[in-house]
Design a protein around this ligand. Structure first.
Ligand code: ADP
Ligand code: ASP
Ligand code: MG
Length: 400
């Protein structure tokens, strides 16, 4: 069977850890015939590189930034190949470009267009373990691109899809997917299996244990996905289709996203097309928005509130400067979003009121609300976000 394994930054954080990863890879190679290993940069390398670039100002040239950031994964992939060779295992590292990962040209958030697997297949046929630098690809004009923070998960899942792998294993620094971030809520429980849909919502709403676009791709191509701890041999969490899951809790997990900001367009003239105009401008600038609340118009004027990732706030405010017929624009980056997720919500009523009542009991004020079929999100002040998370975790009986 062909298996793709991915090892994250903490797992690759230093030579001793890379050695441990190499030992695990050699064990896996004995078990599975063909092995492709995707790696992240060592430890905090990507953050360190970003800080280096920030020395020269907040807005670096994006092309140069991608060349800088992608080098972290090139170092770690080469080191893992060196470690494997030193233990007698044939191994060959490839950059994203050498691995045939073709992306569009959107630096720092490129989308994968296609993967040419010829070179990887050739190496596998010669019994090499192929070590691929995660998080990166090459644009049609031959420029290095990166896929967005956390993007090595996407490299792994996309390779698993293109190579028709029997399994994609994501090795990280926790035992699997938990009911919420176990570093914030120590009483969080590990989940044995979770549906692609729920995982996608959790990842999109801030659970950075998996990159949301990797889950989206795994769902689309039905790729068997498992998250496991690279430091022990526990079973991990299976991410699979909803039909395969026997026991479906009403609420599976809760995500916290502190990387959001709220923008309020005050006193916008209320005419047909105003929302299209606002969000058209933002879409044109490649800015992703999430919760949107428009107030009922009074005296022909309305407020339009929405959330954006903090990293996009500056660009968002810049784009909105061109808007006509509005009062003012306010923003607030001291907010957080807490999202309760579960497929069981489809068939159960009362979840929203349970969320609001639990928060009210703790005197937590809700600033915005958003829902989907399997999710309820609330925006609260960042100072009470962890209390909100813990309160909801207890209220939905998710505590250990
Ligand atoms: P890697 O470097 O291996 O990609 P990440 O730091 O990106 O690892 O993701 C793992 C981290 O995700 C964990 O250490 C944990 O703090 C965090 N996390 C957030 N939400 C969850 C969750 N629901 N289950 C497990 N981990 C979570
Ligand atoms: N090294 C990149 C990051 O820190 C990609 C990844 O780890 O997945 O975002
Ligand atoms: Mg990650």
């Amino acid at each position: 069977m062909l298996v793709v394994q991915k090892f994250g930054g903490t797992s690759m954080g230093g030579c001793a850890r890379i050695e441990a990863v190499a030992r695990r890879v050699i064990e896996s190679k004995k078990l599975y015939e063909d092995l492709v290993v995707v790696v992240s940069a060592m430890g905090d390398t990507t953050d360190d590189f970003l800080n280096l670039a920030h020395y020269f100002g907040a807005r670096s040239n994006q092309r140069e930034l991608d060349r800088l950031l992608s080098s972290g994964e090139q170092i770690s992939s080469a080191l893992l190949a060196i470690a494997l060779e030193s233990m007698g295992q044939k191994a060959c590292s490839l950059s994203g470009s050498e691995a045939g990962i073709l992306t569009d040209a959107r630096y720092t958030k490129a989308q994968i267009l296609d993967i040419d697997t010829a070179k990887i297949k050739e190496l596998l046929a010669q019994n090499f373990v192929v070590v691929v630098a995660g998080f990166q690809g090459i644009s049609p004009s031959g420029e290095i691109t990166t896929l967005g923070r956390g993007g090595s998960d996407l490299s792994a899942v996309a390779l698993a899809g293109a190579l028709h792998a029997g399994l994609c294993e994501i090795y990280t620094d926790v035992d699997g997917i938990y009911t919420t971030d176990p570093r914030i809520v120590p009483r969080a429980r590990k989940i044995d299996e979770i549906s692609y849909e729920e995982m996608l919502e959790l990842a999109s709403m801030g659970a950075k244990v998996l990159f949301n676009r990797s889950v989206e791709l795994a769902k689309k191509y039905n790729i068997p996905l498992v998250t496991r701890n690279s430091f022990n041999s526990t079973e991990g969490t299976r991410i699979t289709s909803e039909e395969k899951i026997l026991e479906k809790p009403i609420v599976s997990g809760i995500a916290l996203d502190t990387d959001q900001a709220r923008v309020n367009i005050v006193d916008a003239l209320d005419y047909p097309g105003i929302a299209g105009e606002v969000f058209g401008l933002l879409a044109g600038a490649g800015i992703n928005i999430d919760l949107i609340v428009q107030t009922v118009a009074r005296n022909g004027k309305t407020d339009i509130n929405f959330t954006v990732p903090k990293g996009d706030l500056e660009a968002c405010l810049h784009v909105l400067k061109n808007l006509q017929n509005i009062g003012s624009i306010e923003h607030d980056d001291k907010i957080a979003k807490v999202s309760v997720v579960g497929v069981g919500m489809r068939s159960h009523s009362g979840i929203a009121s349970a969320v609001f009542n639990a928060l009210a009991k703790e005197n937590i004020n809700i600033l915005m609300i958003g829902t989907s079929e399997i999710k309820i999100s609330v925006v609260v002040e960042v100072g009470v976000a962890e209390l909100a998370l813990k309160t909801l975790h207890t209220a939905f009986k998710l505590d250990l």
